[in-house]
Design a protein around this ligand. Structure first.
Ligand code: ES4
Ligand code: ZN
Length: 336
């Protein structure tokens, strides 16, 4: 369609994609067979990829999704499994017209089941380098911490020798905070973020997805993040919304995710118009494309169908995404 073509051609940056969330049911089943991983026998949904796809249309909450997300990624074992997964994502991103991609991964979800951090990172980093070489997409890896785990476990991983090396070498340039949001507020991770900031890492955190806007202010004030992932509950705190607008703090909004996980009833209830009216900078992202029924361009199209942004407004959204990116100033100039 002409709208889809217009949106595809915009120089888009993606800032909120969990690489493990790019694992499709077909790939999940084939990796489970290859790696001899037994999927749950007591859940009918794991009888076939088609049944799993149907189950993914009936998530009731973030936690209901996360249950499937963590089982799914248990099929990932070797460095090439991780590389193939990320490469599959980058090919979709390229086809959708993504110029720059900042991608999340969840090391604790793998180290907890005996997969080495270096195995995960080798695979994901190889795919990033290949995307830069073969697709011309610039990339940045963000290592996320799982907030449902004890903060001391997160600190322990952060201090691990291999993890520290990945920060010092620049392979991992940012940290994030994800998984089950309530009741795990940002301030639980103040020490972790203080240490990450001292290393010069970029800082972001999921906040205000399901939990109230107070999680957003806590992430800003206690963690020192310069970006908020999701952040849709911001519209319930007009004062904080003005502050975020004037500071040009970017939200990474994930419209299809919000609908599928029932944070909102329909795309029209994602506060796109309110954010635009308040002058809040935001990008549009896929979050977990294999679970939520679409990649980045599907999210752009859904937003257009619900809000009919003007060409000027779309150009403004894309410009905010470029300015909010953590790529080099030279790369921003190229994209602007
Ligand atoms: C996630 Cl949508 C979402 N929220 C929080 N944590 C996540 N991990 C993967 N997707
Ligand atoms: Zn997310």
């Amino acid at each position: 369609s002409p709208v889809r073509d217009f949106l595809r051609c915009l120089p888009k940056c993606e800032h909120h994609i969990h690489l493990e969330g790019a694992l499709t049911p077909d790939v999940l089943f084939s990796l489970a067979a290859k790696n001899k991983i037994t999927l749950p026998q007591d859940d009918e949904a794991f009888k076939s990829p088609a049944l799993l796809i149907e189950r993914y249309k009936r998530f009731t909450s973030l936690d209901d999704f996360l249950h499937y997300y963590y089982i799914g990624m248990s099929a990932l074992v070797t460095a090439s499994d991780f590389e193939d997964l990320a490469w599959d994502y980058f090919q979709h991103a390229s086809a959708d017209g993504v110029a720059h991609a900042e991608v999340f991964f969840d090391p604790q979800a793998h180290t907890a089941r005996g997969i080495k951090y270096t195995t995960v990172l080798e695979g994901f980093d190889n795919a990033c380098k290949r995307a830069e070489r073969e697709l011309g997409i610039t990339t940045l890896l963000t290592s996320c911490f799982l907030r449902h785990l004890p903060p001391k476990d997160c600190l322990e991983l952060f201090e691990d020798e291999d993890v520290q090396e990945s920060y010092k070498s620049g392979v991992v340039r940012a940290i994030g905070l994800d998984s089950s949001e309530k009741p795990f507020p940002p301030e639980n991770f103040t020490e972790l973020y203080t240490k990450a900031k001292a290393l010069g890492l970029k800082l972001t955190a999921h906040a205000g997805e399901e939990a109230p806007a107070s999680y957003i202010s806590s992430a800003l004030h206690n963690l020192g993040v310069t970006r908020i992932d999701h952040g849709i509950q911001l519209v319930n705190d007009p004062e904080l919304m003005q502050k975020i607008a004037s500071d040009k703090t970017m939200l990474t909004v994930c419209p299809l995710s919000n609908v599928v996980l029932r944070c909102v009833d329909t795309i029209k209830d994602v506060p796109i118009r309110k954010l635009l009216d308040a002058g809040v900078q935001f990008s549009i992202n896929s979050d977990d494309p294999a679970y939520f029924g679409g990649y980045i361009l599907d999210n752009y199209v859904a937003v257009h169908e619900a809000f009919a942004l003007s060409v000027k407004e779309w150009e403004g959204v894309v410009k905010a995404g470029i300015e909010g990116s953590w790529c080099s100033a030279e790369r921003k100039e190229e994209l602007l």
